[in-house]
Design a protein around this ligand. Structure first.
Ligand code: OFO
Length: 171
């Protein structure tokens, strides 16, 4: 059985992951309007991955006989001053999510919940990758500058990102 404290924290994390999805969907729409289809594609893939992250917690709670509780989603921002600004905010958000995951790990340890502790290892690895991806794109934006040519080149690169659905325990 999953403890009440752990269950509440995991349900809150579903909300964090769904908010992440909402934030990146909003960024995708922002890039579409700028006619930056590659950036928009990258954010759309990110949106889908975040839904997968939420669903991984959802299936896990179900598998442990816990009750999934969905909370209201906050409204995400819809404007950024530039692609660089959007990716700075993306990295900041992912650093926040990393902290949330680390707090969940601490709680799982306190509750001696080995199964949840084990599940969270996947999220720890995922956060390393998420922050690394954001830092890489931010590095390019800073190095190349935000002139038309650089943005055009990066847009073509980001258009290549493909969504690979995450294998879930149960669909
Ligand atoms: Fe972006 O990793 Fe989930 O939230």
């Amino acid at each position: 059985m999953i403890s009440d404290r752990m269950l509440e924290a995991l349900n809150k994390q579903i909300n964090e992951e769904m908010f992440s999805a909402y934030l990146y969907l909003s960024m995708s729409a922002y890039f579409e309007l700028q006619n930056l289809k590659g950036f928009a594609n990258w954010m759309m893939v990110q949106y889908k991955e975040e839904v997968d992250h939420a669903m991984k917690f959802y299936h896990y709670i179900n598998s442990r006989g816990g009750k999934v509780k969905l909370f209201a989603l906050a409204e995400p921002p819809s404007e950024w001053s530039s692609p660089l600004n959007a990716f700075e905010e993306t990295l900041k958000h992912e650093q926040h999510i990393t902290k949330c995951i680390n707090d969940l790990v601490d709680l799982a340890e306190q509750e001696k919940d080995r199964a949840t502790f084990n599940l969270l290892q996947w999220y720890i690895d995922e956060q390393i990758e998420e922050e690394e991806n954001d830092n890489e794109i931010l590095g390019k934006l800073r190095l190349l500058g935000e002139g038309g040519n650089s943005i055009f080149m990066l847009d073509r690169e980001l258009a290549q990102r493909k969504y690979i659905p995450l294998a879930q325990g149960k669909e």
